[in-house]
Ligand binder design. Sequence first.
Ligand SMILES: Cc1cc2nc3c(=O)[nH]c(=O)nc-3n(C[C@H](O)[C@H](O)[C@H](O)COP(=O)(O)O)c2cc1C
Length: 351
Amino acid sequence: MPLACLTDFQAYARERLSKSTWDFIEEGADDNFTRDDNIAAFKRIRLRPRYLKNVAKVDTRTTIQGEEIAAPICIAPTGFHCLLWPDGEMSTARAAQAAGVCYITSMFATCALEDIAATAPRGLKWFQLYAHPDRQLNKQLLQRVESLGFRALVITVDVPKLGNRRQDIRNQLDLKMSLLLKDLHFPKERTSMPYFQMSPIDSSISWNDLSWLQSITRLPIILKGILTKEDAELAVKHNVNGIIVSNHGGRQLDDVPIDALAEVVAAVKGKMEVYLDGGIRTGNDVLKALALGAKCVFLGRPILWGLAYKGEHGVEEVLNIIKNEFHTSMTLTGCLSVAEINRDLIQFSRL
Ligand SMILES: Cc1cc2nc3c(=O)[nH]c(=O)nc-3n(C[C@H](O)[C@H](O)[C@H](O)COP(=O)(O)O)c2cc1C
């Protein structure tokens, strides 16, 4: 039976994957409140369609950081794709290229960055960094990233410490270092440590370090994980180029909202692009996020479900389904172009 929507891929992945891999992908932190609320939040929003607008030609294209994408639906950074498919991130990169969308490659990629870049040379790729305590290592990594043609640097700010993921503890998850961090060259003696005991992320990083990060790269810098107007204003003050409103798919701090999008959009006053990830599962979700001011959304887990289904072709199917759904959402609400999507298209349900 063909798979018809993104949650069909979720059901397939659940059947196929080992319990510990499934739990690793799926779980959130603590009580999973935020993970589940990310999905529920979109259901609290209703659409206000406009009709009789001649929607014979609907165009889903847009731009991010000045570069065209086929639809405002791209791929969020997630680590360890080789857990799900043999050539992991290389499959993901080819699928993104075929779909004409941006792929944010995680620093925790399990394929070498050179191979990811070479397998999809025409695809738009950004690189996601967790600042490493060794500053020299960050610098070297960013030089490689630039020379390989990645077009923006995404700095994830919501992991000064790993969230409390209970299932990984219960499953005694041990992602062997043979799978891990080919780009970081950790000393050999650390190679068998479970990833949640490793500490490659610099928890001392602060706003004061942004100018240093800006000084070691020419790439635009996007901060991923901003959830408040206070931090959004600081991002503007520090001349950041974009924000991804994200609660890490509910995997870090629990009990935080995805509704922060509207707050952040208002705070930046159009001075930078704002994007969203977390809980996007349908074309209507994409439309709602754009109506609230996001320039583009990113998918996390659905890409991993697609990879688990059929590698590159599974990810392509996931992207094509949600792109088609978004085209339908635009057509049925009377939007001919992405620029026409605005706040008047939505209302908050009283439920
Ligand atoms: C298995 C998994 C691994 C992830 N790895 C990273 C990562 O390496 N870097 C990062 O910034 N975010 C990471 N994330 C968070 C995603 O980028 C994204 O914020 C989140 O998955 C979006 O929510 P969604 O899964 O509901 O689409 C990961 C998420 C998952 C599920």
